[in-house]
Design a protein around this ligand. Structure first.
Ligand code: COI
Length: 359
């Protein structure tokens, strides 16, 4: 089943000069394009009302289910403008599939993969002029879905809103590729077995915010969580996955279960053998990380995600002290992987995996 997302014509709210000024220094997630793709679902009629419409607020009844029980999911992906002006997506089917997995976990209706892809392409085509060029800029795309049945009983909503918005983006972290500091949360966890940790739902991010605020107070950009049962195994950061580089050429990342299956995480697992590294997915204890930093068995650590791309981690901190990662500078392996990934996304390196898709 697919949906058609026809553009509803409307005058552009911002002129060329204003748009160009925004695109020259877009920041992250602050400005939104002229349109959004929408569709609705009802238990009685399924999916419908799909279109690309002018960007604007929703009218939400105060009793809408999402406002009370947080039945909501989202995705994060990017459209990249290449040197020849063409615009490409990176593994959009992976986002579509993960969106369906998240929908299932949050008892929301699954949007067919084809309809998801159609909505993304229709929005990027409508707002093509908003895809920045140069440097590591891109158009960040945020598909999301929420329960909007007007009802206070606790059950899955019979009415759902789907939407995709887009925002021109530079670096997620203000320092760009400069190494970030990470706070190890001792008080809070983000996900328990059987919970929603593997789904991309707003609730997981809401649950991370207090720990994230604690991290910020400690001068750190992100928080690292450990597992909810033993408080022993590293899980993921507030909004991204984590990788360790070992002195024997392994690239180690926590196994799936309670963490989000990141599209960037997966691309790195597939890409790293080409750079002479052995990918390893397994449980990793915090103690192993701290010991490895001391002995030199762990040489680099980095964060990865669509927004963060690959960001070097220069230091871990907790209530007991701080632990420098290698020299504290961005490591060679981290930067090499980062470059390889960006080169595929921007079409400068052959895409042997078939990951990129032209709009
Ligand atoms: C992404 O990387 O796209 C995310 O959704 C994470 C968020 C921290 C921006």
């Amino acid at each position: 089943m697919t949906l058609k997302f026809d553009l509803q014509p409307s005058p552009a709210p911002r002129g060329d000069a204003e748009r160009e000024a925004i695109l020259a220094d877009p920041g992250f997630g602050q400005v939104f394009t002229d349109h959004m793709a929408v569709a609705t679902w009802t238990a009685a009629d399924g999916w419908g009302d799909s279109a690309v419409v002018p960007y604007g607020p929703f009218a939400l009844d105060p009793a809408s289910a999402v406002l009370h029980y947080a039945q909501e999911i989202f995705e994060g992906m990017k459209a990249y403008r290449r040197a020849d002006g063409s615009i490409w997506l990176f593994r959009p089917e992976k986002n579509a599939e993960r969106f369906a997995v998240s929908a299932h976990r949050l008892a929301l209706p699954e949007l067919p993969v084809e309809a998801f892809l159609e909505s993304i392409e229709a929005l990027v085509e409508a707002d093509e002029a908003w895809v920045p060029s140069g440097g590591e800029t891109s158009l960040y795309l945020r598909p999301f879905m929420f329960a909007n049945e007007v009802f206070l009983g606790v059950r899955s909503s019979r009415r759902v809103q789907y939407c995709v918005i887009a925002s021109p983006a530079g670096s997620y972290f203000s320092g760009g590729v400069a190494p970030v500091s990470i706070w190890i949360s001792r008080d809070y966890t983000r996900a328990a077995p059987g919970g929603t940790g593997a789904a991309k739902c707003g609730g997981n991010y809401a649950a991370s915010l207090l720990a994230q605020a604690e991290a910020a107070e400690q001068g750190c950009s992100q928080v690292l969580f450990t597992d909810a049962i033993e408080r022993k195994w590293i899980d993921e950061l507030g909004g991204m996955n984590v990788y360790l580089v070992t002195s024997n050429g392994e690239l180690v990342t926590p196994e799936l279960g309670t963490i989000l299956e990141g599209v960037t995480r997966d691309a790195i697992l597939q890409l790293c053998p080409e750079l002479g590294l052995t990918p390893v997915e397994r449980r990793v204890s915090l103690q192993e990380v701290l010991n490895g930093l001391k002995t030199g068995a762990i040489t680099e650590i980095f964060a990865c995600g669509t927004a963060a791309v690959i960001t070097p981690i220069g230091e871990l901190k907790d209530v007991d002290g701080q632990y420098r990662v290698g020299s504290g500078e961005a490591g060679e392996v981290t930067l090499g992987l980062r470059q390889a990934l960006l080169d595929i996304q921007y079409g400068r390196r052959e895409d042997t995996h078939g990951w990129t898709r032209r709009i």
